[in-house]
Design a protein around this ligand. Structure first.
Ligand SMILES: [Zn+2]
Length: 557
């Protein structure tokens, strides 16, 4: 599963920040620039945000989204349906929107949807949506998706992927809508409007989706699934089993300052940050200085964590819910002192290996100023991503492109372009239904996702292409925990070379360990596609137990 971080223009830190003087300097940095390796598999940008931020949309139009955000990985775009949830119709036209995505340089575009919610605000009043209105919003979302796919199939969208957005009012309607889009030809579908639903609703919806995907896999089809705004840890097992391939979630970042007590992540543990309100008057300044002295004593070991907490709370009473001057939600949340003790008794920042904890130390657990709070959010994303990867490996299987291709003009998903090749078909038959990432390596396009749109081309791999191919692999492969490759010749050479520099070597097929012959040729390649599958299945034992037994019957040839 890929984890995408939703982008907000203001989520930045200054390069330098001194917590004792609270002075900041240097250029601003996005989350992915604050770590040596970005703790996210991609970024999700909303059109509403891009256009709502002065000058940003123009800058992106001129220089492209990758350049402006200084991020090389996948950048997806949706239209930000929360921004017009109270309006009768979506703010954007579906066809114009995917042209907009193309113009801005996005890798993935999400079709224009309209949220199905319980209540909306109209003329300053809150009212419930009628059942008819809810169904209408689902219908608009589906119609927009279909119009977008029609445009996508015939327009200049080379290298892009399109996510068909789905909305539903109950688990069954989500399942029905997914089926409708898959039948229409979508190979990537995203489910919206789930972020605020109870966990039970999500569990029921996920099992509906799982049934649809299984049905489709039986017919030889593969669909990627994205969940918008859902990254609940309790649901990830189920998401993985159902076949969710990507999700986005901002809650790890926002918990740093929005959650009353779960402000600092360490693995699965959560700690409360201690609040020191900024008042900028003399009394506040004195109290802040006194607190810094207390922190110094704590760091020297002269006072323990509890004493430190007591002193800070005395200087800065934690926010009182009855405070009539409280302006924001977090200011009305009263955090009990006992809840703060573990943070300073266990010193979780000392157990984190991220550069933020290393440089900010104890101040990462202090709730004061955006420079501290945003850094704590960045750290949370780092911890979440690390935890996610430790539990759910990112597995990639890829093969090389073939000379035989579908010669139709226009664009089509990579796997369909290569299916006329018997070698590619043998590969595809063994991998299309696996809950892992599948890609193709080509001399023209380099490493691309299985459903990326490509044109017909006739380019044979030569020695001259090797450096560029290797460079591309060097950049993309370190993201993965396990990698499998099936191929021969120059492509195999490139893969072998890159493999030696990775922390996890690539398992390359055909392999001498699966044959008695002393030759690795096309016969061996075709034969060992089955071995490739067997090896991958060892990494995903849950998948095997459920569906592998039926495969011999349903396998298509
Ligand atoms: Zn950290």
């Amino acid at each position: 599963m890929r984890y995408y971080l939703p982008f907000w223009p203001a989520d930045k830190i200054c390069e330098k920040f001194d917590p004792s003087t609270e002075e900041k300097s240097g250029p601003t940095r996005y989350l992915w620039e604050a770590f040596s390796k970005p703790p996210t598999d991609g970024i999700l940008v909303s059109r509403v945000n891009l256009e709502g931020h002065k000058g940003l949309a123009g800058e992106v139009e001129e220089r492209g989204i990758h350049e402006v955000l200084r991020f090389k990985g996948t950048i997806a775009a949706d239209c930000g349906a929360w921004g017009y949830v109270n309006e009768r119709k979506p703010r954007y036209d579906p066809v114009e929107t995917i042209r907009f995505y193309r113009k801005m340089g996005f890798d993935i575009g999400v079709t224009v949807d309209h949220l199905v919610v319980r209540t909306i605000e109209e003329d300053g009043k809150v009212r419930e949506l009628t059942q008819e209105e809810k169904e209408d919003r689902c219908r608009i979302t589906l119609e927009n998706a279909k119009k977008s796919l029609d445009e996508f199939r015939t327009g200049p969208y080379e290298g892009m992927r399109l996510i068909g957005a789905v909305q539903g009012s109950d688990p069954e309607s989500y399942g029905k809508a997914l089926r409708e889009l898959v039948d229409y030809g979508f190979d990537y579908v995203g489910l919206g409007g789930l972020a605020r639903r109870p966990t039970q609703f999500l569990e029921r919806t996920l099992s509906q989706l799982g049934a649809v995907l299984k049905d489709y896999a039986k017919k030889g089809g593969r669909v990627d699934l994205h969940l918008f705004g859902v990254g609940r840890e309790s649901l990830l097992d189920l998401m993985q089993n159902v076949g969710v391939t990507s999700f986005d979630s901002a809650s790890q970042l926002r918990d740093a300052w929005v959650s009353p007590t779960d402000n600092f992540y360490l693995g699965e543990k959560r700690y409360a940050a201690i609040r020191m309100r900024e008042k900028h008057d003399n009394s506040e300044k004195t109290r802040f200085r006194q607190t810094l002295e207390a922190i110094e004593s704590f760091e020297k070991g002269d006072i323990d964590g509890r004493r430190l907490v007591d002193r800070i709370v005395r200087n800065f009473p934690q926010y009182d819910p009855r405070n009539p001057r409280a302006k924001r939600v977090e200011e009305t949340t009263h955090v009990k002192t006992e809840r703060l003790y573990p943070t300073f008794e266990e010193k979780p920042w000392e157990k984190c290996d991220c550069p933020i904890c290393e440089t900010l130390g104890i101040h990462v657990c202090i709730f004061r100023m955006s420079e501290r709070n945003m850094r704590r959010g960045f750290h949370n994303v780092y911890q979440f991503h690390k935890w996610l990867r430790s539990r759910y490996k990112r597995i990639l299987i890829f093969t090389q492109c073939s000379q035989e291709k579908d010669e139709s003009s226009g664009l089509m998903p990579a796997y369909r372009r290569y299916l006329p090749s018997p070698i590619f078909k043998a590969f595809w038959n063994q991998v299309y239904d696996l809950p892992v990432e599948v890609a193709v390596l080509s001399a023209k396009y380099k490493l691309i996702d299985w459903n990326q749109q490509i044109a017909y081309y006739d380019k044979k791999m030569t020695d001259k292409d090797l450096p560029a191919i290797e460079e591309d692999l060097q950049e993309k492969l370190p993201e993965y925990d396990r990698i499998y490759f099936a191929g021969l010749g120059l492509y195999r050479e490139a893969v072998q070379k890159v493999s030696s520099s990775l922390s996890q070597p690539i398992k390359i097929f055909p392999s001498l360990s699966f044959t008695e012959r002393d030759k690795l040729d096309i016969i061996e390649l075709l034969k060992q596609m089955k071995n490739l599958r067997e090896e991958v299945l060892k990494e995903i034992p849950d998948f095997r137990s459920e569906s592998e037994s039926q495969r011999t019957i349903t396998e298509y040839s």
